[in-house]
Design a protein around this ligand. Structure first.
Ligand code: ZN
Length: 323
């Protein structure tokens, strides 16, 4: 996708376009902001503008999206671009940083050697220190883009050496457009996931992939029972504890939405459109303290599940959060 066609992030995109226009490229960028809002997509679009052969030889205004370089960038298999991910989603190890060093020293096939480090905050201390050395001895024609949603976990000495580029949550309309363009989905389901995805199209798409409907029914039934019956007891006889974790995640999002609604009174996040009015109005009467209390308890239960506590006991305790 071309940089200027990316949804949202107006100022950020404008800034990146100006860097390209003025050819004032830094060696290292830190793309920070929430997950699923297009940080990696933007990084790829940015690189495409820098590397596209046609753009330079034919003096085009934008990358052509057709040449060999553009197509390879779009398919994420360009030989000059290395993507680093945390191993098993846990840490980025020193060996991976050594790989980066090697890559950056090679002669690029195109104009640049590029490294995109995803979840950069997951570098181990050793990896961070090795990475710092790379930043201290920059190589020619190289570009590094760090991507993170937890900037505060990076070494300050790394952050200070990067040009920072911020991303934010998208609006309801922007999120809706992105999801609609990608997936054929009913309006009702779309409304539901948009209200829960909090301006992160990536999260919305992930929800659809994770069988949204089952979850939606389970969570709505649970909340409805809480509203209607004070003596309701929640029994979990499903073997799959991950489903319970997902349900807790949905409940956390639901109550966070209510807090945001009450505290900020913004229209950006609207859970009323999907949670039937009865459920919504019921919980809206709760005080902020009471909702925070519920949220805290649900978060504790989720941690319990992650620490292998018995899902049946967690389910019993979940009802207690509301009593
Ligand atoms: Zn091109």
């Amino acid at each position: 996708m071309l940089l200027e066609k990316i949804q949202g992030h107006k100022n950020t995109i404008k800034y990146l376009c100006s860097i390209i226009a003025k050819q004032r490229l830094a060696k290292t960028y830190l793309f920070f902001g929430p997950e699923g809002v297009g940080r990696e997509l933007t990084a790829n679009a940015f690189i495409m503008e820098l590397i596209c052969k046609n753009k330079h030889t034919l003096k085009l205004k934008h990358a052509c999206e057709q040449c060999n370089d553009c197509r390879k960038i779009l398919n994420k298999n360009h030989p000059d671009i290395k993507y680093i991910d945390p191993e098993q989603n846990k840490t980025i190890k020193i060996d991976q940083i050594r790989e980066i060093k090697k890559t950056l020293q090679l002669k690029p096939y195109s104009l640049f050697n590029v490294c995109i480090i995803k979840k950069a905050h997951m570098m181990t201390i050793e990896a961070s220190n090795a990475f710092l050395k790379i930043l201290e001895e920059p190589t020619q024609n190289s570009l590094i883009i760090l991507i993170t949603n937890k900037k505060e976990l990076l070494l300050p000495t790394i952050v200070s050496r990067c040009t920072q580029v911020g991303f934010n949550y998208l609006s309801i309309q922007e999120t809706m457009k992105i999801v609609k363009d990608k997936i054929d989905i009913s309006q009702e389901d779309l409304d539901f996931i948009i209200s829960f995805s909090q301006g992160s199209p990536g999260l919305a798409l992930q929800m659809i992939e994770n069988k949204l409907n089952n979850k939606k029914d389970r969570v709505l039934t649970f909340l409805n029972n809480i509203v209607q019956d004070k003596t309701f007891s929640f029994v979990w006889d499903n073997e799959n504890k991950n489903e319970l974790i997902e349900d807790l995640d949905f409940l956390i999002l639901f109550f966070r939405n209510i807090v945001l609604k009450k505290e900020i009174k913004e229209k950006t996040i609207d859970c009323k459109i999907v949670i039937n009015n009865k459920i919504y109005d019921f919980f809206k009467t709760y005080s902020i303290d009471k909702i925070y209390n519920i949220l805290e308890k649900i978060l504790e239960l989720k941690q319990g599940l992650l620490n292998n506590m018995n899902p049946k006991i967690i389910a019993q305790n979940l009802v207690m959060c509301f009593k």
